[in-house]
Design a protein around this ligand. Structure first.
Ligand SMILES: Cc1ncc(C[n+]2csc(CCOP(=O)(O)OP(=O)(O)O)c2C)c(N)n1
Ligand SMILES: [Mg+2]
Length: 564
């Protein structure tokens, strides 16, 4: 029996485990390290309801926690050790923070007493994470541990949700923490919590401004899905029969076949026809949307002279890109509830407008998706998945070919969080680990991860995690042996001076087979439908379909601007 177990007090590592358990944490994604040993030992020995998901890279742990949080609404928890663990975990922490996703990243560290004496893995974690998180701390006294953990839950879920970071030095993990410190406010275990109510006068002004407009359009970002406010939005849209558009992140807030849903606008997944309607609009209503470069095609559409109404929980977003005629800083679900209380029935003919735009938008897509000759077109991949996948399937997509194609053309038949992608940084290698996070959070649903071959290279190691956990994720690789998005940028803006963008073709099906996955390689369009059906019927564990595809730079992608 170790000396640890003979102690008659609670140490920091045990206190942390108990506090996480009290905050209703059920899953932690992470990777072990020397400085994390007391924490792992506490997880091993104590009675709790937390499952630790061992990952093969801390970057994946953070992406998994991010995606898990996106689909469950619970705070995602990831962890990694000092030094390399802390630097590797960063991309997912940043992605969550900038996407307003509640996440806490725990990293461990060398003992506080060794700082400044060149211990292996020494790193100023406080300064590293500070600009990249909503709140962060290095716990330097065990008496502060419980307060710090409670604060991280509160910060990550209130106001504009975001990512927090706690650094947990080795000696803090082994020091005494008083039992009386162990309590939790469970209202901070999911986000958004303590939502800010809107100013009623502003709500009435917004309604008046909508009634006075002729061609209004609502553009929503990810906030409505994050707040589980899809029904409130639907009610509001239907009462006005107004056109609704979304950012890429907001895709699926209303079902794609809802008669008022114009779909995604912007340079990545928008179309000339969605842009045309935006040009005609005389009032743009942004709900929970940053109006960033992609949504607005670099702030061209809507043009700067349009009348703008902007509602967001983050005051920094308002008036940053557009001068608002009315602005409101409030939580979006609360705002929609009050809007619905006061709104009167109007008819802006949104259903008719959307029908016409969609007819034009899908014309080329439908034709291309039916072609059987040549390399498999991205349009065909979207069409076959649309035809075969059940309505409550989660789809996680990477940048490159997947993002614009699924944003523009995938038809989510149910509203909600079924579409995930990393639009804060758009870093390659998100969809593979994120799909694992989704599957852990939603074990009863099917999850499909669609990635470029570039992204596959970033994340392939995590196939082992999927097989170890027997997660029935369907991985799809769009194999074109090129960083296609960048090659398309060279084609359109640098006069086809192709440079350092092509790579050799990997046999992704063989690689995945070596990890133990069931795999298929598809080279002909006519084989795609039956292969996806087979993958769907395979439920024993993860599987992978390697699709030899038309390179993005040769395709007719719904992208108006390749250089973000
Ligand atoms: C970490 C990271 N590095 C570089 C980029 C820039 N980038 C954007 S798209 C892209 C190419 C994507 O290639 P691939 O995954 O093969 O998809 P394809 O475009 O070929 O469909 C690159 C390199 C990025 N988004 N993320
Ligand atoms: Mg590629």
């Amino acid at each position: 029996m170790s000396s640890e177990i003979k102690r008659n007090y609670l140490n920091g590592a045990e206190a942390a485990v108990k506090l996480l358990d009290l905050h209703k944490v059920e899953h932690i994604f992470g990777l072990c390290g020397d400085t994390s040993l007391p924490f792992y030992d506490a997880l091993h020995r104590l009675n709790h309801s937390i499952k630790h998901i061992l990952t093969r890279d801390e970057r994946s742990a953070a992406y998994m926690a991010d995606a898990y949080a996106r689909v469950t609404g619970k705070v995602g928890i990831c962890e990694g050790p000092s030094g390399g663990g802390a630097t590797y975990i960063l991309p997912g922490v940043v992605e969550a923070n900038e996407s307003s996703i509640g996440l806490i990243s725990f990293t461990t560290d060398v003992p506080t007493t060794s700082i400044g004496h060149f211990p292996l893995t020494e790193l100023n974690q406080k300064e590293l994470f500070k600009p990249l998180t909503k709140w962060n701390t290095v716990i330097n006294k065990s008496s502060k541990l419980a307060d710090n953990i409670r604060r991280a839950f509160k910060e990550s879920t209130t106001g504009k949700p975001g990512a927090c970071h706690i650094c947990f030095p080795f000696d803090i993990q082994t020091s005494e923490v008083p039992e009386k410190d162990i309590w939790a406010d469970k209202s901070y275990s999911s986000f958004p919590s303590n939502p800010k109510k809107p100013n009623i006068l502003k709500v009435k002004q917004i309604l008046k401004s909508i009634y006075n407009s002729k061609n209004p359009i609502i553009i929503v970002g990810g906030a409505i899905k994050n707040a589980f406010a899809e029904n409130e939005l639907k009610k509001f849209v239907e009462k006005l029969n107004i056109v609704l558009a979304t950012t890429v992140t907001g895709k699926g807030t209303l079902s794609d076949n809802h008669s008022n849903n114009l779909g995604v606008v912007g340079s990545n997944g928008g179309s000339l026809f969605t842009r045309e309607y935006l040009k005609k609009s005389d009032l743009i209503i942004f709900f929970g949307c940053r109006a960033g470069s992609v949504t607005t095609e670099k702030w061209q559409y809507p043009s700067k002279d349009k009348k703008i109404v902007h509602v967001d929980i983050d005051p920094n977003v308002i008036n940053s890109n557009y001068k608002s005629h009315i602005s409101l800083v409030a939580e979006i679900k609360e705002t929609l509830k009050i809007l619905n209380k006061h709104v009167i029935k109007k008819n802006f003919k949104g259903d008719k407008i959307v029908k016409e735009v969609k007819k034009k938008k899908f014309k080329d897509f439908n034709k291309l998706s039916e072609e059987n000759s040549g390399l498999i077109k991205p349009e065909r991949i979207v069409k076959e998945l649309n035809n075969v996948l059940p309505v409550n399937t989660y789809i996680v997509v990477d940048p490159g070919t997947p993002c614009p194609y699924f944003a523009a053309y995938y038809n989510f038949k149910k509203p909600g969080r079924y579409f995930l992608t990393n639009r804060a940084h758009g870093a390659l290698g998100y969809a593979l680990p994120a799909a694992i996070g989704v599957q852990v959070g939603k074990p009863k649903n099917r999850v499909v991860s669609v990635m470029g071959d570039g992204s596959f290279g970033f994340a392939v190691g995590e196939l082992e995690t999927a097989i170890r956990l027997k997660l029935p994720v369907i991985f799809i690789v769009i194999s074109n042996s090129v960083y296609g998005w960048i090659k398309a940028g060279q084609k359109t803006k640098f006069d086809k001076r192709y440079f350092s963008v092509d790579f050799t073709r990997t046999d992704h099906s063989k690689v995945a087979s070596a990890f133990g996955l069931k795999t298929w390689k598809v080279e002909k369009s006519i084989d795609l439908n039956k292969t996806i059906k087979e993958a769907l019927n395979y439920k024993k564990g993860p599987c992978l379909i390697d699709i030899i595809s038309q390179p993005l730079q040769d395709a007719k992608a719904p992208v108006s601007e390749w250089i973000a």
